[in-house]
Design a protein around this ligand. Structure first.
Ligand code: PLP
Length: 379
């Protein structure tokens, strides 16, 4: 089977993880601190706080903003369910906004109608790595005193108006799950342009302690810590950070390769009636974390039929991005018009795209799609 995604890991990551184990310090320590410095540098932000996942990063972001019961958080339904769940974790109510058909991202057009007097935050997702146009959203939110949080889980290495996605974000959340470009197994990062928020986030991810366990360990004098507020255990381990440091060095190479593969797909799939491929928006460039195609009425098969045909042909494609409002977890949750979300979630699929993908594997995928569309294939 050709997988939909395969992390690009090698001996270097294995050696780095082994070094961390041999060092005797495996919990959050010097490697996490180094990973945070390098990540902040690469994303052009002043602060990065490593956490256990993007989900905990999003939770922490809303907690830092003081969002709580009675507040509303605008999120796209068209996202992995963690985006909506983070609002529930802090006791707030997620309010679903629709997305643009072009890139699957929320916009001023879709967010503005669902803002109410209770809206405290908007979470904008850079879906599948496609940069959302955050500038107009930032203006919309700033004018109303609403916080804008960026869910950049998929978007490491994507560009927005020439700058790294997330570089202008007061708070942005990142994922290192193997389904994304950079991986540490599980893991995440919260980045911020606000040093005060960074300091508090560092404390909150470690039980609200006034000094880190690593700092206490290094001290020659006995130190008694204190717990300044109720925090969490959202820490990353040094084994994960060791892997992350190697992965971060490879990010530019990964993005370059994914963009080549995406361009090849766009060229080879062009001209198939009823099939549209995802593209870069005008305001930026994607890392193509997910390469999705939309099937229109002119395509001879329905999405799920095509998935079955592809699976029979040895191609492991995936149904497109989920719609949170359709899940049992949000049954009965009120929402407005989500017609684009519903169309995209029903008619899109994600094709295999991974760093080590060969030309032959890509041709196998394209031929399988062409055959399903009733077109001739070369071989
Ligand atoms: C993967 C993903 C998450 C969750 O990331 P984890 O690190 O697995 O918690 C959140 N939001 C989006 C948009 C994602 O794609």
């Amino acid at each position: 089977m050709i997988p939909v995604m395969k992390p690009w890991l090698g001996e270097e990551e294995a050696a780095a993880a082994a070094d961390a184990v041999r060092s005797g310090w495996v919990a959050q320590g010097p490697r996490v601190a180094e990973f945070e410095r390098r990540f902040a540098e690469r994303m052009e932000v002043s602060g990065a706080v490593a956490v256990s996942s993007c989900t905990t990063a999003l939770h922490l972001a809303l907690h830092l903003l003081g969002v709580g019961p009675g507040d509303e958080v605008v999120v796209p339904s068209f996202s992995f369910i963690a985006t909506a769940n983070c609002a529930v974790y802090v006791g707030a109510t997620p309010v679903f906004a629709d997305v643009e058909a072009e890139d699957g991202n929320v916009s001023v057009r879709t967010v503005e109608p669902v803002i109410t007097g209770r809206t405290r935050a908007v979470v904008v997702v850079h879906q599948g790595g496609a940069p959302a146009d955050v500038e107009p959203l930032r203006r919309l939110c700033e004018a109303r005193g609403i916080a804008l949080v960026e869910d950049a889980a998929c978007a490491a290495g994507s560009l927005h108006r020439g700058a790294p996605v997330g570089s202008g974000a007061v708070l942005a959340a990142w994922s290192f799950h193997p389904r994304k470009l950079l991986t540490t197994g599980e893991g995440g990062m919260l980045t911020t342009t606000d040093p005060t928020l960074a300091e508090r986030a560092r404390r909150l991810r470690e039980h609200g302690m006034n000094l880190s366990a690593a700092a206490r360990h290094q001290s020659r004098q006995p130190v008694i810590e204190s717990y300044l507020e109720v925090g969490f255990n959202f820490r990353m381990t040094d084994i994960q950070a060791a892997v992350g440091l190697v992965q971060l060095e490879k990010l530019d190479t990964m993005v370059r390769r994914r963009r080549e593969l995406a361009r090849d797909y766009q060229e080879m799939l062009a001209g198939i009636p009823g099939l549209r491929t995802v593209r870069d928006p005008d305001h930026g460039s994607s890392n193509f974390q997910s390469f999705w195609v939309e099937l229109g009425p002119d395509f001879p098969l329905a999405r799920n039929e095509l998935l079955t045909v592809l699976a029979d042909g040895g191609v492991s494609a995936r149904a497109g991005i989920m719609a949170a409002h359709r899940q049992p977890a949000y049954a009965g949750h009120p929402h407005g018009d989500l017609s684009t979300t519903e169309r995209l979630t029903d008619t899109t699929l994600i094709l295999p795209l991974f760093h080590a993908m060969t030309e032959q594997e890509q041709h196998t995928v394209v031929d399988a799609v062409r055959r399903a569309a009733g077109l001739r294939v070369a071989s």
